[in-house]
Design a protein around this ligand. Structure first.
Ligand SMILES: [Zn+2]
Ligand SMILES: [Zn+2]
Length: 138
């Protein structure tokens, strides 16, 4: 078992282990959500994740059209996880909140249309657009 948690530790997730589905996203919403030039999420089946502590929800409409519900700590504001309409039954976990430098790298890098030029995601499949759910975006 591994943990993901917010800065203050009030909101935490218990995860079964490293995920094989890790995605880097360069969309502007992820940039704003994280405050970093890109976001990285590890995806797990919702039933495999145990959530402890309070969270507040922020709902936005993704570039792909569906809703994304981000859950953040009401005290420190860290987004720890999210759920997307177009990935039913899955939970995206902010890889930074897992705080493990040996966590598996992204297998996909999406929305590279808004990628900062200096960012290179090595070893991933690259997409200009696309979400985790879409397999055939260019
Ligand atoms: Zn917190
Ligand atoms: Zn994104």
């Amino acid at each position: 078992m591994i943990d993901a948690r917010c800065c203050c530790g009030m909101l935490s997730l218990s995860l079964p282990g490293p995920s094989q589905l890790v995605v880097a996203c360069h969309c502007l919403d992820c940039q704003r959500r994280t405050g970093a030039p890109f976001g990285v999420g590890a995806f797990y089946p919702a039933h495999a994740v145990t959530i402890s502590g309070p969270s507040q929800e922020y709902v936005r409409t993704a570039a792909s059209g569906g809703k994304v519900r981000s859950h953040f700590c009401p005290d420190c504001g860290t987004t720890v996880f999210w759920q997307a309409d177009n990935l039913p039954g899955m939970i995206g976990v902010a890889v930074g909140a897992i705080a493990d430098p040996d966590f598996p790298p992204p297998i996909r890098s999406v929305f590279e249309q808004s990628k900062h030029g200096w960012v290179e995601i090595a070893g991933a499949e690259h997409s200009q657009q696309g979400s985790v759910a879409k397999k055939n975006s260019s």
